[in-house]
Design a protein around this ligand. Structure first.
Ligand SMILES: [Fe+2]
Length: 198
């Protein structure tokens, strides 16, 4: 599978510090990668259980898993950074998968030390008709008009981009973001990389 498919489109979110791209071939690696992450979460040396507010279960160090599908998506994340920021060399500071189960969420936070962070949405989990923003990734930025609908600079509405499985997003490490409490049954699975220039 190609690291960067021919004609892969990159889109900057209007008025927000987010750049997005979606891999149309993601179905080809999703089942194997999800199975590998769920297997590694079961007591491997990469697994860490966090409190609910820190995003549930994490599986660290993507490049050490020896899973070809994980190597592919890491190569894509690195290439995404190169293409958007024009860096020649880069360092992967940290990388991990997150498994959100019912009740897991991520409080607003940023990623200190990272020039950029990249999140790959492998499985968005189950939609909840009683809670349409369950498990949604959200940005908290008072400079974004959509976050301040009532009064400029007064943040009232987290910005939640439309995401699909196979979407990869890039944002500066300082950007405050979080994940709403997840209420579905199926695990919601994402991968994250914190990157910096070499
Ligand atoms: Fe984060």
């Amino acid at each position: 599978m190609e690291t960067w498919p021919e004609g892969q489109r990159v889109r900057r979110q209007k008025n927000a510090e987010l750049t997005l791209t979606r891999f149309a071939d993601s179905e080809d690696h999703r089942p194997a990668l999800m199975a590998a992450i769920l297997r590694l979460a079961q007591g491997s040396r990469f697994a860490r259980r966090y409190i609910r507010a820190f995003g549930g279960t994490k599986v660290d160090r993507v490049a050490e898993w020896e899973v070809p599908e994980a190597d592919l998506v890491e190569a894509r994340a690195c290439e995404f950074y190169r293409r958007v920021h024009g860096v020649a060399g880069l360092r992967v500071l940290e990388s991990w998968a997150n498994i959100y189960r019912q009740g897991d969420y991520s409080m607003p936070h940023s990623h200190p030390g990272a020039a950029v962070s990249i999140v790959y949405f492998l499985d968005l989990g189950d939609p909840d008709p009683r809670d349409p923003i369950s498990g949604q990734f959200a940005v908290f930025d008072p400079r974004v008009p959509a976050c301040c609908r009532d009064q400029p600079d007064c943040l009232t509405n987290p910005f939640m981009p439309k995401l699909e499985p196979g979407t990869m997003i890039l944002f500066p490490g300082w950007l405050v973001h979080g994940v709403n409490p997840y209420t579905g049954e199926r695990p919601r699975i994402t991968l994250t990389w914190n990157l910096a220039p070499a």
